[in-house]
Design a protein around this ligand. Structure first.
Ligand code: ATP
Ligand code: MG
Length: 280
């Protein structure tokens, strides 16, 4: 089971959008995907309608170490896509972890329970620094960080997400390697010149870095992402074709390219995900 957390210390950069759509695409590719919503604002938990709602969720998983699938795993209407809902509406988990001796390692220690049932655990997190976010990162073998192409977001990335990752380095002494970081440009408006400059600057900055990679796939700024969210569908199902007036890739192509860049070993399966896309 691969474990990927979608992280950023900045809010509103597209973490939940990426988690929902990537999870939906991989489930349609035949992979068994478990989403874990660790944001106390349960946006990911309400993205897809549920065909079965479990009585418990992320709170019981983290606070009580409850891993019983019957009790904590809900099923979405997308076949192969399950979800551990966020039910920490009081935001108590963070304080609880802060005072627990195993705090930052708790999720990592629970993962074995999910390995047989899933190919991928995809974790959505809150857009701010927290113990919960550190716990998610330390449980992951890859951290995926969406970034919007504004200067501010790039600066925040240095101050926030990169600093956080470097502060997790001491965990190496415990034999725990912090995951490599993949930066994903989101909400890109390719026409703007400053956008292109920022993207180039970002690539140059990390050209020599071993642990940080700017992904080739770029997610454009499209109203279709909002439409998909209101329909409760993964975007590749509703935008499978390029429009005549646009030369840029369809959302299906974009999400497939992203998935293949992250999980080259699943390339063949990922190319079959188009069978669920709506026929025009
Ligand atoms: N590529 C895109 N094109 C257009 N709109 C987008 C795109 N990506 C995200 N959005 C929209 O931007 C808003 C913020 O996205 P999202 O909720 O995914 O961010 P987030 O990082 O999860 O935010 P938070 O930190 O609050 O959890 C949403 O309304 C979403 O629909
Ligand atoms: Mg979110």
């Amino acid at each position: 089971m691969r474990v990927v957390s979608v992280v950023s210390t900045k809010g509103g950069v597209g973490k939940t959008t990426v988690a929902a759509n990537l999870g939906g695409l991989l489930a349609d590719a035949g992979l068994r995907v478990l989403l874990l919503d660790l944001d106390s604002q349960p946006t990911l938990s309400s993205y897809y309608a549920l065909s079965r709602k479990a009585v418990a969720g992320a709170y019981e998983l983290i606070a009580l170490n409850l891993t019983e699938p019957e009790q904590i795993i809900s099923e979405t209407v997308i076949a192969g896509l399950d979800l551990i809902i966020s039910n920490d509406d009081q935001g108590q988990l963070d304080a609880l972890l802060l005072h627990a001796p195993d705090g930052r390692l708790r999720l990592r220690n629970l993962l074995d329970k999910f390995r047989p049932g899933y190919d991928l655990l995809l974790i959505d997190t809150q857009g701010a620094r927290s113990v919960l976010l550190e716990m998610a990162i330390l449980a992951s073998d890859l951290a995926l960080s969406p970034i919007t192409p504004e200067m501010l977001a790039a600066r925040e990335l240095r101050r926030g997400t990169l600093k956080l990752l470097s502060e997790l380095e001491p965990f190496r002494h415990l034999g725990i390697t912090p995951p490599p970081l993949r930066l994903l440009l989101n909400q890109v408006n390719s026409i703007r010149v400053d956008t292109r400059m920022i993207i180039r600057g970002l690539r140059e900055t990390f050209a020599g870095a071993t642990n940080i990679l700017v992904l080739d796939t770029v997610i454009p700024d499209r109203v279709a992402y909002l439409n998909a969210a209101s329909l409760g569908l993964p975007i590749h199902r509703i935008e499978a074709h390029r429009s005549r007036e646009r030369r840029s890739p369809s959302a299906l192509e974009t999400m497939q390219a992203l998935a293949i860049e992250l999980f080259p070993e699943w390339g063949e399966a990922i190319s079959t995900a188009s069978k669920y896309a709506k026929v025009r």
